[in-house]
Design a protein around this ligand. Structure first.
Ligand code: ADP
Ligand code: MG
Length: 322
């Protein structure tokens, strides 16, 4: 089966006064039709830059995609004009963000914003699109949708705003939804409801989802496959069950060991020593080597290639070299 999205050797740099930030330095992954891929890693490792690179929304300057390809249904998005890209955004590929307020216009009623998005892409007359908006608000469990469509963003809670964004995404029935930390800003009680809406989009609408989160719990309950990012690179990827049961990369092992368990004393948690490297002058070789308990001589000079150690489970680490 052809993957819906295939990212190959993608590198995105930011040219700043302090130096070149190599935010992504050659990442490769794919997403199949109807699949949820979880992208996980610490803050600053490049998750959002991955999302905005796919959406064609890297601010330039200072940003630039310097290498690689992003094949969507076999076509390289990097070869499209801004106008062609605009057509794909929101229709074929939709995105929801951590902060829904930033993607809503504060001076327009939320129902109108959803209707306008429908009109822009499907040319549905605006009155009809408004009725569709009411219907979608009901679908994402916004109480009293007829009243809610007439509200302004500031009159809605964070959870309700995120529902509006999901309604907007649903209205277009995108092939791919990119959800960048969609529940991080929300109360825990609301998180599960938003995640189940994303699940509905995938299951009932057949959309593929790139689900970005630093929360391993979210990824393990939602995703089919997971890719683990570290400092602008993917270090391990595989099916959720296999990866969570037997993580291969020392970084993934550390991440999983750091998940607090109810029965454990916080002070006894395993933590990975050190912090993410500076992306301006990242360590040579494997970027994780300064923090790695297994580091060998070769790790300091040569970047390890991906290797399928088990079926559907790949890792970039010399510990698994033949
Ligand atoms: N517009 C920008 N200008 C300069 N550096 C940026 C910009 N956007 C992101 N970066 C840098 O790229 C790296 C990855 O950031 P990001 O993708 O936002 O991380 P996260 O995994 O937390 O989403 C960080 O070092 C960040 O500082
Ligand atoms: Mg981010």
């Amino acid at each position: 089966m052809e993957p819906l999205l295939e990212v190959k050797d993608l590198a995105t740099y930011f040219y700043t006064d302090e130096g070149i930030i190599k935010a992504l330095d050659g990442i490769s992954f794919s997403i199949n039709e109807g699949e949820i891929l979880g992208l996980v890693g610490e803050t600053g490792c490049g998750k959002s830059v991955t999302a905005t690179s796919i959406m064609g929304l890297i601010p330039s300057p200072p940003g630039k995609i310097v290498r690689g390809s992003i094949l969507f249904k076999g076509k390289d998005l990097l070869s499209l004009s801004e106008q062609q890209m605009r057509r794909i955004r929101g229709k074929d590929i939709a995105m929801i963000f951590q902060d829904p307020a930033s993607s809503l216009n504060p001076v327009l009623r939320v129902g109108f914003q959803v209707a306008e998005a429908i009109w822009a892409h499907l040319k549905t007359p605006i009155r009809e699109a408004m009725l569709k908006a009411v219907e979608l608000f009901g679908l994402v469990n916004i109480p009293d949708p007829h009243t809610a469509v007439n509200r302004y963003p500031h009159q809605l809670s964070g959870g309700m705003k995120q529902r509006v964004m999901i309604a907007m995404a649903l209205s277009l029935n995108p092939k791919l939804l990119i959800a960048d930390e969609p529940t991080t800003a929300l109360d825990v009680s609301i998180q599960a409801q938003i995640l189940s809406l994303i699940k509905i989009l995938q299951r009932d609408y057949g959309s593929s989802v790139l689900l970005i989160s630093h929360d391993l719990g979210v990824i393990s309950t939602m995703a089919h496959r997971v890719a683990v990012m570290y400092s602008g690179l993917i270090v391990e990827q595989g099916r959720v069950e296999g990866l969570f049961q037997s993580p291969l990369h020392p970084y993934t092992q550390g991440l999983l060991a750091a998940i607090p368990r109810v029965d454990e004393d916080i002070s006894e948690l395993a933590v990975i020593e050190g912090t993410l490297p500076n992306p301006i002058n990242p360590p040579a070789g494997c970027r994780f080597h300064p923090r790695c308990p297994w580091a060998m001589e070769i790790c300091k000079s040569k970047r390890p290639a991906f290797k399928a150690v088990k079926p559907y489970h790949e890792v970039a680490c010399y510990a698994y070299a033949d």
